[in-house]
Design a protein around this ligand. Sequence first.
Ligand code: CA
Ligand code: CA
Length: 210
Amino acid sequence: MEAKHRLGVLGLVALFGCGESPVTPPTPDATPQTDSVFPLSDFGPADGNISKDAGQGCANCPNACVTWHEDKDNDGYGRKGSTAEMACSKPQGGAFSWADNDADCADGDARANPDAKSFFHEGIKGDHDLPWDFNCNGIVETEFDYPAVKCPETFDRTECKSSLTEIGWHMDEQPPCGHLGEVYLTCTLSGTMHVRCRPDVTEKKTQRCR
Ligand SMILES: [Ca+2]
Ligand SMILES: [Ca+2]
């Protein structure tokens, strides 16, 4: 009986301490934390610009947390080198959109991004450093990639036995992006291909680039 009594006293001491009030366990914060910062290296290549979350934060992501970049021209590609923000899903609201990449070399022009397939006769809007690289591959490609050719022979268009084909820019007029130039044309002339000099105005072309 004496041992049982001592156990009862010990139990009471364990529960209430030595004369102190019972300890109440801390209540979990009902509001999810929204300013969690995760190392970008956990989720993708680091760019050194992680600062804060842009929306929901990463504290309670059901799946992987995503790194988001500013996409001000809303073409689905984030601005290269822009500040990265992390959130479970695409941040909503605010002055501009967000993208899960930073592949946009010109975030002021929706025509320019890595998916650009078209050629253009005017440069990228508002970006004087990369005025023509619309597909962000670091190379300016020309649509009319003709060689510069000399004019070996003239002929009258009425002599053509076939339709005219463009074969090259006039030697001295190979135009830069967005500029007009003149192209030489060929046609079948009595069974032989010839090159025409100084085509008329309708054969001027604007070099387009991307
Ligand atoms: Ca963009
Ligand atoms: Ca763009």
